[in-house]
Design a protein around this ligand. Structure first.
Ligand SMILES: [Zn+2]
Length: 101
């Protein structure tokens, strides 16, 4: 299967060739701040479950579950965000000059 982005013959496990991966790596650094709101979403969920459970009369032990749910949320949001950025990059909606930074 050729590279999904530039149709080069040699592809890596991601479906893109090494050159596209390298360019994406450079490009994605522009969006390094993504991880901040992604981690924040996880923390909010953990807090709501952890603090909300005792308020509702549920066992405080659920707070531990809240942390797990929060971590799960963070990882899920992170994966979705990464996929979205890859699609955005592949669609090439940004000017090529952007890649040279
Ligand atoms: Zn490629």
């Amino acid at each position: 299967m050729p590279c999904a982005r530039c149709a080069a013959d040699e592809v890596t496990a991601t479906g893109w060739c090494a050159e596209c991966e390298r360019q994406h790596d450079v490009w994605s650094r522009q969006h390094a701040a993504d991880i901040i709101w992604q981690a924040f979403s996880g923390a909010i969920v953990a807090m709501i479950v952890g603090l909300g459970a005792p308020l509702l009369g549920l066992s405080p032990l659920l707070g531990i579950g809240g942390v797990l749910v929060g971590v799960g949320t963070f990882l899920g949001v992170r994966r979705l965000g990464t996929r979205r950025r890859r699609r955005q990059f592949q669609a090439g909606i940004l000017p090529r000059a952007y890649l040279r930074h």
